[in-house]
Design a protein around this ligand. Structure first.
Ligand code: SF4
Ligand code: SF4
Ligand code: SF4
Length: 202
């Protein structure tokens, strides 16, 4: 293993592994690589807080700057919760989750595994019916959570690579009628979700 690869490992070991991308990189390990290879600033990880900046500074043997609050503020751990009554089963949240913490199938309600969720928030924006909320986890983020986050994110990346490789294999042309039917089903589900929300309004 090269010295740079070892340094990346050591920096990555100090990062929280929520994979939230608030640092501006595609996850904790890409941020560790940017610090080791390109001298990226070490103050960019809100979940790690000031203690995290200090831990990175200790590895690099440099003074610790203050946490860059423009990237976000450290907050107590939250987890995502789906209002299953309004989930339309579109799977967009599953695709957004970097640690595969959401289970469900197309057109079926989805559920979040609270012990796996890192609180990264990345599933909230893609939900077309706003049925995902972030709620207090009621516990602290631990080293075991970080190890699980790293392991599950690696598995997620492997699955993504396989999916991309499979997508390169030529497939039969899409069935226009089936695509139209799918679009119509999504539009209908969205209209029903909108109507339900209107009914709930006082
Ligand atoms: S926890 Fe989030 S902000 Fe911190 S290094 Fe990982 S992806 Fe970046
Ligand atoms: S369920 Fe949402 S908040 Fe939790 S890890 Fe997945 S994307 Fe992040
Ligand atoms: S993005 Fe929202 S509506 Fe779609 S499956 Fe996830 S929770 Fe359900």
């Amino acid at each position: 293993m090269t010295a740079v690869a070892l340094l990346i490992d050591r920096l990555d070991a100090r990062l929280p592994q929520t994979q939230c991308r608030q640092c501006g990189y595609d996850g904790c390990r890409p941020y560790a690589a940017a610090m080791a290879e390109d001298g990226a600033p070490i103050d960019r990880c809100p979940p790690g807080g000031q203690a995290g900046v200090q831990a990175l500074a200790d590895v690099l043997d440099v003074p610790a700057p203050p946490l860059d609050l423009s990237r976000g503020r450290p907050v107590p751990l939250q987890v995502a919760v789906i209002d299953e009554a309004h989930c339309i089963g579109c799977t967009l949240c599953i695709q957004a989750c970097p640690v595969d913490a959401i289970v469900g199938a197309n057109k079926r309600m989805h559920t979040i595994l609270p012990d796996v969720c890192t609180g990264c928030d990345l599933c909230v924006a893609p939900c077309p019916v706003d049925c995902i909320s972030m709620v207090p986890a009621g516990r602290a983020w631990t080293a075991d959570d970080a190890a699980l986050g790293r392991q599950r994110h690696r598995a997620y990346l492997t699955r993504q690579q396989r999916a991309r490789a499979a997508a390169d294999v030529p497939v039969a042309p899409a069935d226009d009628e089936a695509v139209d039917k799918k679009r119509a089903a999504i539009a209908q589900a969205l209209a029903q979700a909108r109507a339900r929300r209107e009914q709930r309004r006082p």
